[in-house]
Every structure is written in structure tokens, then in C-alpha cells.
Design a protein. Sequence first.
Length: 385
Amino acid sequence: MRTFLFIIPSITNYYTVLEDIVFELVTRGEKVFIASSKKHISKVDCYERKVLGEFIEIDFPRGFEWDKHVKAAKQLRKIVSDIKPDIINVHFSAAMFTTAIAKTENWPFTVAMLHGLAFPMIKGWRKMAIGPAEKWASKKMDQLILLNEDDRFILEEFSDHENIHVLKSFGIGCDLEKYNLDNISQQTRLLYKRRLGLRKEDFVFIFVGRQVHFKGFDKLIRAYLKLYGEHKNIKLLLVGAKDNIHSTNLTSEEELKVRQCPGIINVGWKENVHEYLSVADVNVFPSEREGMPVNLMESIAMGVPVITSDSRGCNEVVEDQVNGILLKRNDIDEICKNMLHLYENKLELERLSDGALRTRIKFDRRIFLDELLDFFESVPLKVSN
């Protein structure tokens, strides 16, 4: 039996990223600890299951506040000393930075999985601050696991890091059994339509994720409001919530319109995303900063075509004109034009939906789990102090 320590910023990330991994390890008889904050990243109240393994609370900062990272690093160093894990697996850049501060020379094998480097996708003073932090922290890890080749090219530009592994899977993939339209009854779909106040003639666009500016939330809202003025049967279903530390980039007047517009249905953060996707026609996700977007894989697995940006991660999941549309420009007019195009062209929508169903198999989460578990088996164990 080996001992694993998973380090992840928020309990939300445990449920969205780690739960299946931990289940596999616990089922195999491994000892698992999870170090994380109990604070959710948004207004989240849909996860009622107990955390598998042993949970250790650390108030990890999600940004790069130095004093908070140092405080969390001291806690983390003591945890490692107490439980003596064989393998440490840290997720996301902010938690990697804390881990890098805490890490000593004779620590157990430490592998960081980066769900998309932050600094290449941001600008201004934040890029100048976060860039050196991510670079320094990545060099302190024994192994880096990346979700896409773009990040590998960036890391190799400034680092001679030999232990960089890009997943062969599409990131963490998705649960194809759950995200399968054939497994959702017509009765369930009708029930959700009634709950949401949807009529037979309504055309439903859906946005799934945190309502933040770098995921294109503000652009989508502005594009939708332009369409809604002339097409009252177009609805926008929002599944997700605002982030505790990132802005929507909407003005107070626009925020009010979101709350008051009859066509916008905001259901909050939900775990049963598949049931909401079952009543949607198109997923619109003009994000500029992704690693390998799970919500797009889930959408395609359900046969729901995607309109998204031609950016890292998004353009690996979506094949332009096969299972969705890659925007030529990520601006309001381009988003609006493509939303209107699929709304007005039923045959085109059906063609992209068929393409989505044909390409869904490659997103199977089992591929990711098998690859990661095989990697853990190959890890050379260190002796920790």
C-alpha cells in the first residue's frame, strides 16, 4: 500500500477534478490524503457526498498573495512530515506555487498537473508577476503533467525541464456514460423544460462554467442581448456561478439586464449538467483561457454543438465545422453572427450535432484515468525526511 497526498486549492476542485482519481486509488487499497481549502470557488451547494480519503484543511490562496502562500506552505510542510506520503500530486498553478515554497530537497516524489498555464494568457502587471512565479514553481517539481502541447512549448522555451509529460488523453476527459443523451429519458427532458419554463418553439443556447470575463461570459451576454431584441424565442441557459475572486466584466446596468431579461435562465452551479445539456441546442463558450475544457467535451458527448474561441484547449476539443464552430474573431459581433447562423439553419445544426456524436468517444475519462494510474505505478519512490 502506498500513501498519496493530493494538493488542490478548493473543495470544488476535488469534486470536479479529483474524485474519480481518488476513488480508483482507494478501491485499489491505497492510502489517500487530500489537502485543500473547504471554501468553494463560487456559490456552490450541490455536492453532498463525503470526500473519499482523509481530508486535511489548508486555506490555500487561489491568487498569488505571498503572505498567504507562505502560511499555507508551513502547514503543508508539517503535513508532509507527519504523513510521509510516497507520492504528492498537486493541481493548478496557485497550489503548485504553495507547494514549491514548502518543498524541501528530500521530499517525496512531487508531480504537478497544470490545468493550463496562466501567464501566457494574461496581460499587464499580472503577467509580469505570475509569469516568474509559475516558471520558478514548475522548476521545483519532480514531474510536470500538462493537458496540451501549447504549454509544453512554452515551458521548454525557458526551462531545461526533462520531466514534462503531456497527457495522451483529452485532459481529464468526461464520463461518457453520464453524458449520453440515450441515457436521459424523454420524460426527464420534458420535466426539465417545464421547470425552466421552456416552450416547444424555444431555441436554447447554454453557457456552462464560471461567470468570469476570461471565459467570455461578458461577450456572450452582450451578444445574446442583441439577438434577444429581435428573437424572443431564443433563450440563454446559464449553468454556473460568479467566481469569488474574478469579475464578470459586466457593468452594473448589464448585470441588472441579466437578472431582469425573461430570456435568460440562471440556474446556478449544478452537478447534473448533463440534464441541462439535454434541453440545449448549442453551447456557447467564447473562453480565452482554458487548459482542456471539460464542459465542451461534455457538451459534444451529448450531441450539443459548440461555438467557442480558437484558443488553447478549446481548439483541441472542437473540430471546426465538424462538431462545432471556432470563432474567427472572439468578439461580440462574431459570436452573435454564429449564434444566429445556427438558430436559422436547422440542417447545419443537425450536421454539427451528428458530428459531435461521432467524435464523442475520444473524450472518455477512462483513458485519462488509466494513463494517470499507469504513471503513478511507474513513479520512482523517494525516501522522505
